[in-house]
Design a protein around this ligand. Structure first.
Ligand code: GAL
Length: 656
């Protein structure tokens, strides 16, 4: 199947082989060690080794002075052992000489401070000089290794957006933003139509109108909040810089190599449009650190953090597997799998024995082609010396090595699989995430949080979910499509949801703003054939939930609904919470997990989707002929298919 087509039914033709890999830094170890490591990797059952993504200084210690011999030898050594290399471009770690050459290439944070040299990702995507420098090193790598049969895949940069690096409030960004706005509000001339911008943004408010695009500054350091339209435009501009930066590298690599190109995305980084970056890639990968994430970004309750401290959140990894499957348009990997304690979360426990195998199989159950462990060997120096590897710092096996070898043996016995889509899809939209973060309306509210809550509730009902881009508007493969919280919903998507033959679940806060953050009229959601109007909205303190007539409550955010559609969910006080018009359903509130489960169960039945109330901490994943039941608890659990031990799972045969 060709890339660039948003076809979601069958991701790859025929069955897919699954494989394992690791992340290796030959430049960290003496050359005499490389063949020993390579042999051990092969003995463990690994196929892939990702290298090179931070090695710019080793490749070009001074401008124009290149040292590729060591990389030639490292690649040859790995290839001789029978391994395949994923070669990373080193642009996430520009060496000091690059920063000396372009002192203004450093990103500037929202407080106006430079993000200085001495770690990584210290660049501003808008700096054209830095982009030129990147094109040079990427071109040299692509030329030199493009035909090398050992280099069987590429990775661009490393974790765009990680460490809060998408937005930069630099002069370069300001210049780029102004030009970008001129093009958006184009009147056919190069000057742009500033009156159109003033009108679209509502700049009549607080005397914010501009006479010229060159007067527009970046939306930071304002006295109180900037105009949300201004902030959203800057978010969109910044997202497009990431897309352009990546595309430049991809185009160069493609001139010299036919190997697939990937990028390793991160967990819960949403401040650029991953789908747009994904359109230029062959494979999307992501870096999965279940224990680090539980502590630092899931938003789990203290009880959940305690219960899953050594296993990770039962839905967080799965959510990203499903998301990146969509970003890669079917082709996706875990490029970095946590193998033991990490160094960067508030607390860094050892995983329960068996979890490394468990996480790896969970990724395969969601369609991963490969899972690669970060990192091969724990490094005794610098920032990540407290980060486990498959090997200890002394080169002996760490506990995860055995688990990796066990998965390799299991894979050798497992049949290859064919991908198939789920019966239910949730639209995930990065622009909506930007809109919510600019205007959350309540302290704890976020788009990611809303979509994730819905996703978790569906998984507690045993439903397998596809996450899809808002550009997918042919829903014929799905029995139900959910579009929660998509604040700006283009009219073609509204139309597609309205004419969906399956169930369309829309809201809360969907279609609530126009493209420039203005409340539209007629009032939202204004979906064809759905007689519902949101007449008012409120956000709620965490300690003021509103009880539903059945189980559960509204939490955080509520809309007041009017219209002639049929009420299908009421609050205890009798207010309408959700309405339906045929297959179109509008939900006007953010529900807690009990509320979501009670609401979604009959809706799934209406759509013809089977639900199974899962035992606590157990999740089911079905893909085509494969069905898995994963026990995320630290204790054994009884299920309808028998007992599942902690850190273990069941793989059901199709007949069960
Ligand atoms: C990832 C990153 C790796 C390493 C790892 C540590 O975010 O891509 O280079 O830093 O985290 O967990």
């Amino acid at each position: 199947m060709s890339k660039g087509k948003l076809n979601i039914r069958c991701y790859c033709e025929g069955n897919m082989k699954r494989s394992l890999g690791t992340c290796y830094y030959p430049e960290h170890w003496p050359q005499s060690r490389w063949p020993i490591d390579a042999k051990k990797m092969v003995e463990t059952g690994l196929t892939w080794v990702r290298i090179g993504e931070f090695a710019w200084h080793n490749l070009e210690p001074r401008e124009g002075c290149f040292e590729f011999d060591w990389l030639d030898e490292a690649i040859a050594c790995l290839g001789q052992a029978g391994l395949k290399v994923v070669l990373g471009t080193p642009t996430a770690t520009p060496p000091k000489w690059v920063v000396q050459k372009y002192p203004d290439m450093l990103a500037i944070d929202a407080q106006g401070q430079p993000r200085r040299f001495g770690s990584r990702r210290h660049y501003c995507f808008s700096h054209l000089g830095y982009r030129l420098q990147c094109r040079d090193i990427v071109g040299r790598l692509a030329k030199r290794y493009g035909n090398n049969p050992v280099v069987a895949a590429w990775q661009t940069d490393n974790e765009y957006g990680c460490h809060d690096t998408t937005l930069s409030y630099s002069k370069n960004a300001e210049d780029g933003f102004r030009n970008w706005l001129r093009a958006i509000f184009s009147d056919g001339s190069n000057a742009g139509d500033i009156d159109a911008l003033n009108a679209a943004w509502g700049n009549v408010f607080w005397s914010m109108s501009y006479a010229d695009f060159d007067e527009i500054e970046l939306p930071n350091l304002t006295v109180t909040e900037p105009n949300p339209a201004h902030s959203l435009a800057f978010r969109r501009y910044s997202s497009e810089q990431v897309v352009a930066f990546n595309k430049e590298q991809v185009e160069i690599i493609r001139q010299h190599s036919s190997a697939p190109i990937s990028h390793n995305f991160m967990g819960r980084i949403t401040d650029f449009d991953h789908f747009k970056v994904g359109e230029d890639l062959d494979i999307a990968t992501w870096d999965s650190y279940p224990l680090g994430f539980l502590e630092d970004r899931v938003g789990a309750s203290v009880d959940e953090q305690k219960a899953f401290a050594r296993q990770g959140h039962p839905d967080f990894q799965a959510f990203h597997h499903d998301l990146y499957r969509a970003v890669g348009q079917g082709r996706w990997w875990v490029m970095e799998q946590q193998p033991g304690p990490v160094n960067w979360a508030p607390y860094n426990p050892v995983p329960l024995p068996g979890m490394v195998r468990f996480w790896t199989w969970e990724a395969f159950a969601h369609g991963a082609e490969a899972v690669s462990f970060f990192r091969w060997r724990q490094v005794p120096f610098a920032q990540e010396q407290m980060h486990a590897g498959l090997l200890r710092p002394d080169g002996e096996a760490a506990p995860a090595l055995k688990e990796a070898a066990r998965v390799a043996a299991e894979l050798a016995d497992a049949p290859d699989v064919a991908h198939a889509s789920a019966e239910l899809a949730i639209i995930f939209d990065y622009d909506a995430d930007a809109a919510w973060s600019i205007q959350p309306h309540g302290a704890t509210l976020s788009y990611f949080g809303l979509v994730f809550d819905l996703y978790c509730a569906l998984r507690k009902l045993g439903v397998s979910v596809d996450l899809i881009s808002s550009k997918v508007q042919n829903f014929s493969d799905y029995k139900m499509v959910c579009a929660p919280g998509m604040m700006h919903m283009p009219s073609d998507l509204k139309q597609a949801l309205a004419s969906n033959i399956g169930v369309s679940l829309i809201g809360p806060r969907s279609a609530a703003r126009d493209a420039h953050m203005t409340i539209p009229q007629p009032l939202p959601p204004d979906i064809p054939h759905l007689d519902v109007t949101v007449s008012a909205v409120e956000s709620l303190r965490p300690d003021m939930p509103i009880a539903l007539s059945g189980a559960g409550a509204i939490k955080g955010y509520r809309e007041l609904l009017e219209g002639h559609a049929t009420p299908i969910l009421l609050s205890k006080a009798g207010d309408t919470v959700a309405m339906e018009d045929g297959n179109l359903v509008y939900l006007g509130s953010w529900l807690d997990q009990d509320g979501f489960i009670e609401f979604l169960e009959p809706l799934c039945q209406k759509a013809g989707i089977k639900t199974i109330k899962m035992p606590e901490g157990v999740r089911r994943r079905v893909m085509g002929a494969e069905e898995f039941w994963f026990n995320h608890n630290a204790r054994a659990v009884e299920t309808i298919h028998g007992q599942i031990k902690p850190a273990d799972f069941l793989r059901l045969s199709p007949s069960e």
